[in-house]
Design a protein around this ligand. Structure first.
Ligand SMILES: [Mg+2]
Length: 270
């Protein structure tokens, strides 16, 4: 049976502290040899995805900006399928709201509440690099957002419910992970994108077995959409709490990329 691997990047295939993936290279080579598609399913932008695809020599479809869109290389599937538009080498299936709509919503919320909201779009490349602890090149790629906007909410914690309410009122969704809040379209989630892509793989290969690897809350929709969900250990030694309906979730002993290799060896290479 054809196996398809869906994987998160930050904290999963990429080590959280330095974005390194060296320990995973032999496993990636083995997956390529066995023609197992490795589908990135990440919060990262198109530009960031393209960087890691080139670095790792991966040519499979990928999901950007937490399910904002699926990018399928033009000659990847042997059949025609519905897509939103064509961009360069890809057919793009879009779910997310557009960046300018999200920016406008944040502007309106700022005007209505006086909240101190600073989006990536309000910051220079240098400021994003400094704030997110990225190199200048990484910050440029991180700023190239199309389907979501990350922002700093510089207000007391008790103002947070008002922020959530306002975002909802404008017709969008809000998530919060680590330093940044994230505003995105209501239909954009990793799970929806994984399901649609899985259907395309089934059309191409017949029976398909899907594996998903992640590390945090925004991976839950992806993990729920695959046959075998797995999580890697986080730097603080914990795993994502097993959500309801994911009782078969595998918890890797290894942290980040080490855990990723463990999952690949256990469910694919063994
Ligand atoms: Mg992650």
């Amino acid at each position: 049976m054809k196996i398809v691997l869906f994987t998160d990047l930050d904290g999963t295939l990429l080590r959280l502290s330095d974005y390194s993936y060296d320990v995973a290279l032999p496993a990636i080579a083995a997956l390529k040899e066995r023609k197992v598609p490795v589908v990135f399913c990440t919060a990262k932008t198109l530009s960031e995805n393209e960087y890691y695809r080139a670095e790792l020599g991966i040519e499979d479809p990928f999901i950007v900006e937490n399910g904002g869109a699926i990018f399928v290389p033009r000659d990847y599937f042997s059949f025609d399928f519905p897509y939103s538009n064509e961009q360069g080498r890809y057919y793009v299936i879009e779910f997310g709201a557009r960046y300018d709509e999200l920016r406008a919503a944040l502007d309106a919320i700022r005007a209505e509440t006086g909240f101190k909201i600073t989006g990536f779009g309000d910051m220079t490349v240098e400021e994003v690099a400094e704030d997110a602890n990225l190199s200048i090149e990484q910050a440029k790629r991180a700023k190239a957002k199309v389907y979501n906007e990350s922002f700093i909410f510089d207000e007391p914690k008790d103002k947070e419910p008002i922020l959530f309410e306002k975002v909802q009122e404008k017709g969008f969704s809000l998530t919060h992970g680590g330093r940044y809040y994230n505003i995105h379209g209501r239909n954009a989630d990793k799970g929806r994108a994984v399901k649609i892509l899985t259907e395309l793989f089934k059309r191409e290969y017949g029976a398909v077995m899907t594996i998903g690897v992640g590390d945090s809350k925004n991976d839950i929709p992806m993990l729920k959409a695959v046959d075998q969900p797995a999580v890697v250990k986080r730097p603080d030694g914990t795993w994502l709490e097993v959500p309801h309906g994911l009782e078969n979730m595998y918890k890797a002993e290894g942290e980040g990329p080490e855990g990723w290799v463990e999952v690949v060896e256990r469910f694919i290479l063994s």
